[in-house]
Design a protein around this ligand. Sequence first.
Ligand code: PLP
Length: 462
Amino acid sequence: MEPTGLTPMHSRGPETLELRERVLDYARYRMDLNPAPLDLASTPEQLLEAAGQTITEHGLGGLKALETFTEILAPACLSVDHPGYLSFIPCAPTEASSLFDLVVSASSIYGGSWLEGSGAVFAENQVLAWLAAEVGLPETAGGVFVQGGTLGNLSALVAARYRAQELLRESGQNQPARWRLICSAEAHSSLKAAARVMDIELVPVPVDSEGRMRGNATREILDQVEENSVFAIVATAGTTNFGTVDRLDEVGQVAQQRGIWFHIDGAYGLAGILSESARHLFAGAELADSFIVDPHKWLYAPFDACALVYREPSWGKAAHTQHGEYLDPLTDADDWNPSDYAMNLTRRPRGLPLWFSLASHGVAAYRAAVEQNIAVAKAIAEEIQSRPNFELMRNPDLSIVAFRRLGWGPNDYQDWSDRMLLTGTAFAVPSSHGGETMMRFAIINPLTTIAELTNLLDEMEA
Ligand SMILES: *Cc1c(COP(=O)(O)O)cnc(C)c1O
C-alpha cells in the first residue's frame, strides 16, 4: 500500500491543538504553584488501581492521558523544588531555566554535533567557558554537558586512564597489572561505580579531623602502591554528606608533582566557588585536569545536567570519539562536536536551560543566590549549636548542615522524617556517618528560610 500523508500522531488537527493548549496550561499551572505541594510516593498497587493500564492498542486519547498524569501520576512524585525538600541534593530551578527547558523540548535540536546544533553548542560552550574561567582553567579548556555527575566522573576518568596508557606507551614502559584511582574515603558513590565499570581499583585516602583529603595522606597512599599504576587523583569539592571541600591546593600539587591527572568532583559543591565568602576554600581548583559541576544541583537548573570540563579537551576527544562509517561526515570535519567529549553520542543540548537563565540574569544573580544559601546554612548551624538537644557534626563549609538530635536512635529519626513528609512539611531523610544516624539539611533552594528550618528543629524537640 502506498504510504499516504500524515498519521494522526503527526498532524496538527484541532485535537492536537487543543492538547497543546492543555499541556501548556498545565505547565503554567505547575509553575504558578508557590510552592507546589511536597506530595508523596504511592505503591505500585495504588497507582495501578488509580491509573489502570495506560498502554493500550488504540490509546487513551491525549486529554485522558494528560489527566492521568496531572491527577494521579504527578501527585505521586515529590516536588524537588519545595523549600522543605532538604534531602540528598535538592533541585531548585530558576523560573527562566524551567521555562527554557520547555523550549528545548519543543525545538528538536540535536546537540551532539556542530553541524547539526551549532547555535546550541555555541551557547553551551560559552557556559562551559565561563565555568572554566571561574575555576581558573585556561581558555583552551572545554567539555560537554552530560546527563549527571556519575557519567561526568566516569567520562573524565576514562580520559585520564587513556592519557596514562598513552604516556606509558609513548615512553616504552609496561602498563601496570592493575590501574588505580585515588580519592577521599568520603568521596561520592559514583566513583566506586566508575571503578567497577572500568575494572580498576579504587584506593581511598583517609581524611583529616575536618573530613578533608590532604596532600600528605595522598602522598602516603601513592607511596604504597605500584609506581605508575595510579592514573588519576580525585578530590571532592563539596562532599555529598557534609559539603566538605578537600584541600584542592595540596592534593592538586601532589598530582602535579607526580604527573598524575587531577580530577575535581564538584557535582554539588563546586558552585560554591561563586560565593565571595567560600571562594577561598577552592584554592587549587585551577590545578585540575578536569572537573565536573552539576547545574541540576547548585546552579538552579532543572534535571538533568552535569558540566564536564577538561583542561586539555583533546584527551577527552581521543578517549571518547566514536568512529563509524555513518559518522564520518562529523568525525572528518574539524568541528567541535560535544559527543566526542564523553561516553555519549545522541544528546539533547541540556546546557541550554542554564545558558538561558545565566544569559538573562547575569552571573551576579547566581553569586548572590549561592551566597544566600550559605548564609542560611550558617545561621541554622548556629541555631543548632545553641540548643542543648542538638550537636553539630561539622561546621558547614558550604550549604549542607549535618547534626545529631541527642538521645535519638535510628528509629526516632526515621519516624520524625516520615511524619514530616506525611504532613507535607518537609522531606528530610536521615543519613549516617561512621555507622551513626544523623540528620542532614541540604540547602540549595533560595526559598528555604531560616524560620522554616528552625521550625523543623522545634519539631525534633517536641
Ligand atoms: C550528586 C553527586 C554525584 C553524582 O551526580 P549525579 O548527577 O547524581 O549522577 C557525584 N559526586 C558528588 C560529590 C555528588 O554530590
